[in-house]
Design a protein around this ligand. Structure first.
Ligand code: MN
Length: 229
């Protein structure tokens, strides 16, 4: 170990289904407006525009959900259920075949969003960081490794609050499909093993409140449950 001025931060490690090995997280990228009906519910056209990206911090990921402490300075925190992609390889300007080969596995996660702060930021042309990259803002399931080339590209994605179904769609509705997302990201950034991508949310986002129970899943991949406290 090098002599450091204080202890280095603990690595962020996600469990991997079916093994004792852990997935070490490097960066967390998120895709904006990747389902037409969600783009429309947020007041946008839903036309296919180039994808855009923002980031969360690796330590915003919360293993297996559990409890989501309602964040300070917001009174409108929304759930966004998303298919999570975990990379085992990287590079720049990855092509479609390379994108598929780079995928280690998948999970389900929630991109919790301070919608009020995001609306203020949008109106002022300011960044979304405070709306997106706050503590505990990304509960995620364990990672399910890709099994025999089966990718969850036509799978139901859903989220319920206190048993009421709020988001219910299929990953086939993505505007930018997973390989395209990886290709586009890799033109902007050099990707690497450990990078995690939240691939956008379908329609039906809405507010959560303290005391709510949130359940979500991508069928064939994983489920996740979170209590808002
Ligand atoms: Mn999102």
């Amino acid at each position: 170990m090098p002599d450091t001025v204080f202890s280095p931060p603990e690595p962020v490690l996600l469990p991997v289904l079916g093994t004792a090995s852990l997935f070490p997280v490097r960066r967390v990228y998120c895709v904006g407006r990747n389902y037409e009906a969600h783009a429309r519910e947020m007041g946008h056209s839903g036309e296919r525009e180039p994808p855009f990206f923002f980031q969360k911090n690796p330590d915003n990921l919360v293993n297996n959900g559990g409890r989501f402490p309602y964040p300070a300075l917001s009174s409108s925190v929304h759930h966004e259920v998303e298919l999570v992609v975990a990379l085992k390889a990287g590079g720049a300007e990855i092509d479609a075949d390379g994108a598929i080969a780079a995928i280690f596995g998948y999970g389900v996660g929630i991109d919790f969003t301070r919608r009020d702060l995001q609306a203020e930021a949008k109106a002022a042309g300011k960044p979304w960081t405070a709306a997106k990259a706050f503590e505990f803002s990304a509960p995620v399931s364990p990672i399910t490794p890709v099994a025999s080339g089966k990718h969850p590209f036509e799978n139901r994605i859903w989220l319920s609050v206190n048993g009421d179904m709020r988001q219910d769609a299929t990953t086939a509705e993505m505007i930018w499909r997973v390989p395209e997302i990886i290709c586009e990201l890799s033109r902007l950034f050099t990707l690497a093993p450990g990078d995690v991508i939240l691939t956008g949310t379908p329609a039906g986002v809405g507010a959560v409140h303290r005391g709510d129970r949130v359940d979500c899943g991508v069928d064939g991949v994983a489920t996740l449950s979170v209590d808002v406290i």
